[in-house]
Design a protein around this ligand. Structure first.
Ligand code: URA
Length: 232
């Protein structure tokens, strides 16, 4: 038995550390799925980590496939868990305003999370969001890899340090690394900016300043995409 995030006891979830292992333990080929919709369907019943016991829905990425831009958040919150769509809650609404000000359209990108089930912690009777843990990120990697494969982005933007540490490097810090493109997963230019949930906790001039930096970071990524487009 394993102890869950709420202190409950769960049977051990099937957690395959090998990247391409099927539910019966057979080895899968990287081209096991032919379309992103096939991946989404299989991910919707995923049981690769203990988050499957507390989620309502698997929140798979959504948007354009292929897409030159992929945006990666931390993990779904309560509204995303209910609606099975990433960034539809308060943080998502703020992000939409920032996209608008950056000249980027949500329908032109793929938007996803480093884990696809809501990570929660219980404080008394209150259930709150928490950051995903490393075994959860590892377990969810099979879906991240398939999103990379089908979306085939030319730029990736991570929201916050958690996805940045998974996709750029373990020691990545937003304060030091934001605003520049790094060599990310699969060699794809990858940057990171602040997470909108962090911005929602700020007030006054601090909030305006950080929002301004986020807009700058998105514009920098958009300029890189535009320059790449003219070279192709
Ligand atoms: N925060 C995230 O990181 N992802 C979501 O989908 C919503 C809020």
């Amino acid at each position: 038995m394993e102890e869950g995030v709420h202190g409950e006891e769960f049977p051990r979830a099937p957690l395959f550390h090998s990247y391409l292992m099927g539910y019966a333990g057979e080895e899968l080929q990287d081209n096991h799925w032919q379309t992103i919709d096939e991946v989404r369907t299989e991910a919707s019943v995923c049981c690769r980590c203990n988050l499957c016991y507390t989620r309502t829905n698997v929140v798979f990425g959504c948007g354009a496939v292929p897409s030159r831009l992929m945006v990666v958040g931390e993990g779904p919150g309560a509204e995303e868990d209910k609606e099975a769509t990433p960034f539809v809650g308060r943080a998502g609404r703020l992000l939409d305003q920032i996209f608008l000000k950056s000249g980027i359209r949500r329908e032109d990108m793929w938007i996803t999370n480093i884990v696809r089930c809501r990570p929660t912690a219980k404080e008394g009777e209150t259930v709150r969001n928490r950051a995903p843990r490393s075994p959860e990120i590892t377990a969810c990697n099979i879906w991240m890899e398939q999103e990379y494969r089908f979306v085939s982005p030319s730029v990736v933007i991570c929201l916050g340090a958690v996805p940045a540490q998974a996709l750029i490097g373990r020691g990545f810090r937003i304060g030091e690394g934001r605003g520049a493109l790094h060599n990310g997963r699969r060699g794809i230019p990858t940057t990171a900016t602040y997470h909108p949930a962090y911005v929602l906790r700020l007030r006054g001039p601090d909030r305006a300043r950080i929002e301004g930096l986020m807009i700058k970071d998105f514009r920098m990524a958009a300029e890189h995409m535009a320059a790449e487009g003219t070279q192709k």
